[in-house]
Write a protein that binds this ligand. Structure first.
Ligand code: SDX
Length: 434
């Protein structure tokens, strides 16, 4: 920690305050303004947190200008190439790559926690059949707190670890069962002989009446997608989990809040919104340029879903990696005509947008969601399951960041202030005088 400071001068009073300038391992230096209100009586104003670091963290690093993403210091390209989702889970939790023995033990623990309490099955049947699987996931994840009172003392590291393992293990079962319930299919119990992603595909697509073997190609592609979506610094849903967890709410409730935040089409819901946009374009019969023009029209709420990012002002490194899988999968698989047409439209849109000055000036590149939806479609995963899979992948990021926060001695409840712009000191008028 250096002794660098930034001096803030209040022009109205001439008062000067020196704020510590914190130096990160990498990324922008950060002004510690925690004493500002006490010293100067002022708040800072930063809606959307465009310039605000909400916490310190050692888990994931992004450099939006260089298109860099690293988990615990390891570049995403290397993890995507050589690691597995469960190994990345271990890395994010324990801040080190596991030995072979540690990884085998971790995989074994996760495999043996994939079952849900049998009473939870009835919870699913309380939903309408056409409930969106994300609505089911929010409810079921929150309800887990009703089943695990034995390990919910968040001050106990051992309780936190078992809760982390339970969430990693049970999210695929909850996700698959949300789909099975919404489509009127019987629940398929986990098969402990299968790997993490194979087991998810098995619970999603197997039928009791016949043998089902998960495709190794799909399982590998899905494992890679889970790695790419595992964590992403202080995005909206992770910040939601941290804020919910900062009140000492139990981790299941905090993660359920994260699932809810991820659902929004500006965030994790974008992968589903991308496909709906591509379908709208294909079904409209209009030229692509019309949609690009609408996306640029301030009076039109239409935006190109899957483009742009709050942090990446260069290519999203995950989009680069996932774009290759997209092409490989659609070449290797006999994808249906519609999937091919959607990919063709996606590629044409990508080309038009990347050459359009409006997008170039605003650094609006395709993000990870632009391609993930097309891959899920190629896997015959229904659109309303795309964000569910994103939530399944991001659970490790949410719960690792939660664990990092609650492990810090003396962490505080998050309680932002505001710039008040409403009325003040009004006199109450009785109803017969209004
Ligand atoms: C995810 O935060 C994370 O890390 C998220 C995520 C993760 O892993 O957790 O990476 C996952 O959420 C990826 C993003 C998925 N969302 C979408 O694809 C939805 C479409 N994208 C936009 O909604 C938007 O780009 C955001 C929300 C992603 C980012 O918005 P910002 O940073 O608030 O940017 P902005 O709205 O201020 O836009 C800057 C300019 C504006 O134009 P001007 O006012 O400067 O003239 O770019 C324009 C915007 O109108 N713009 C777009 C656009 N995105 C931004 N114009 C057309 N289409 C778009 N998609």
């Amino acid at each position: 920690m250096t002794n660098e400071t930034v001096t803030i001068i209040d022009d109205a009073t001439g008062k000067k305050v020196q704020m510590p300038l914190l130096t990160p391992t990498s990324g922008p230096k950060t002004i510690d303004i925690s004493a500002l209100y006490k010293e100067l009586g002022y708040f800072t104003y930063d809606p959307g947190f465009m310039s605000t670091a909400s916490c310190s963290s050692g888990i994931t690093f992004l450099d939006g200008n260089k298109g860099v993403l690293q988990y615990r210091g390891y570049p995403i390209e290397q993890l995507a190439e050589q690691s597995s989702y469960l190994e990345v889970c271990y890395l994010l939790i324990h801040n080190k790559l596991p030995s072979k023995v540690e990884l085998d033990e971790f995989e074994d623990i996760i495999t043996n926690h994939t079952m849900l309490h049998e009473a939870l099955k009835r919870f699913f049947s309380g939903f309408r059949r056409d409930a969106h699987p994300m609505a089911i996931m929010v409810g079921v994840v929150g309800a887990l707190a009703a089943f695990y009172h034995d390990h919910m003392d968040i001050r106990e590291p051992e309780h936190r670890i078992i809760t982390i393992q339970r969430l990693i293990a049970k999210m695929p079962t909850i996700a698959a069962w949300s789909y099975r319930y919404a489509t009127g299919k019987p629940f398929i119990y986990p098969d402990n002989s299968l790997g993490y992603t194979e087991n998810f595909l098995y619970m999603m697509f197997a039928m009791p009446s016949e043998e089902y073997k998960p495709s190794p190609l799909l399982a590998k592609a899905l494992d890679l997608i889970l790695i790419l979506h595992a964590d992403h610094e202080q995005n909206a849903s992770t910040s939601t989990v941290r804020l919910a967890g900062s009140s000492d709410a139990n981790p299941f409730a905090a993660v359920a809040a994260g699932v809810a935040a991820l659902w929004g089409p500006a965030h994790g819901g974008a992968n589903e919104a991308v496909i709906r946009m591509l379908m709208e374009i294909n079904n409209s019969g209009e030229p692509l340029q019309n949609f690009v023009d609408r996306a640029k029209d301030k009076n039109d709420s239409f935006r190109l879903m899957g483009f742009g990012h709050r942090v990446y002002k260069n290519y999203d490194p995950r989009a680069k990696l996932i774009r290759e899988i997209c092409h490989q999968l659609l070449n290797d698989m006999e994808s249906t005509g519609e999937q091919k047409k959607l990919l063709e439209t996606a590629m044409a849109l990508e080309k038009v947008a990347l050459e359009d000055q409006y997008f170039v000036d605003r650094n609006l590149y395709p993000n990870v969601d632009f391609y993930s939806g097309i891959i899920f479609l190629a896997m015959d995963i229904p659109m309303n399951m795309f964000t569910v899979i994103f939530a399944m992948a991001r659970t490790i990021g949410w719960i690792s960041q939660w664990n990092e926060m609650v492990s810090e001695p003396g962490y505080k409840i998050g309680r932002p202030r505001q710039l008040y712009t409403g009325a003040i000191d009004l006199e109450y008028v009785p109803v017969d005088k209004r």
